[in-house]
Design a protein around this ligand. Sequence first.
Ligand SMILES: C[S@@+](CC[C@H](N)C(=O)[O-])C[C@H]1O[C@@H](n2cnc3c(N)ncnc32)[C@H](O)[C@@H]1O
Length: 231
Amino acid sequence: MHGVATLIGKNLPAPFQEWRVRRLLLQHERFDSKYGVDTQMPVALADLETNAPGARFANRYQGTPIAFLHRLIRRLEINRERFTFIDLGSGKGRVLLIAGQYPFKAVIGVEFSKTLHDIALRNIGKFRSAGASRTDLTSINMDAEEFDFSRFTDKLVFCYNSFGAGLMIRVLDNLEISTKGPGETVFAYLGAMPGDVEQRLKRFPIIERAEVLTEFDTYERYCIYRMIPQN
Ligand SMILES: C[S@@+](CC[C@H](N)C(=O)[O-])C[C@H]1O[C@@H](n2cnc3c(N)ncnc32)[C@H](O)[C@@H]1O
């Protein structure tokens, strides 16, 4: 159904497509100005901590389309109160703020860049002051490779094209180890998935797969997996 919608969207006349992109931009600008936060402007890698180990495999900061993330969260049949939402490469924290509007057990972002992490902390503070958050929001300044998933039982792990294939596979190895413990793990990946990563994830059932339009007038693929323990 989603595939059909994307196909129709891609074949719309240019003015209509331009209108859709403008609408996305406007939604994102309105979100930032409503809460006095800064999530909109992309940040080039060259403007981040280029000497940090994490920078070697990193992609630049750009925020996930807001309406898409709301849809993803609402469509997933999970008991949110039991699930911790984890964003790998959380940047300025837009995803944390959106997920924070749902009653997840907790929402945690992992970001290698101190510059982006500091912006995320300021954004979270403003969002909390506005009374917009329904759960505990945290940004952790850490390389995703160091993150210990085993502390969490039920978890929804999100990643928007944060880093290259080698690192993604090591992170997935860590995540998969945690699935052998109690709880359910759902993994949602947004962005062009490198072939090695797709191969690595092939063993898991897919919950949903489609494409989404971004404010940069590009389509990003996304795929959601149920990471069931393997023997
Ligand atoms: C495309 S942005 C996504 C931002 C956010 N998740 C969102 O969707 O709004 C990718 C983010 O991953 C971060 N990143 C890249 N490599 C990382 C690493 N090794 N550990 C943690 N974060 C990383 C980048 O700094 C950037 O903020």
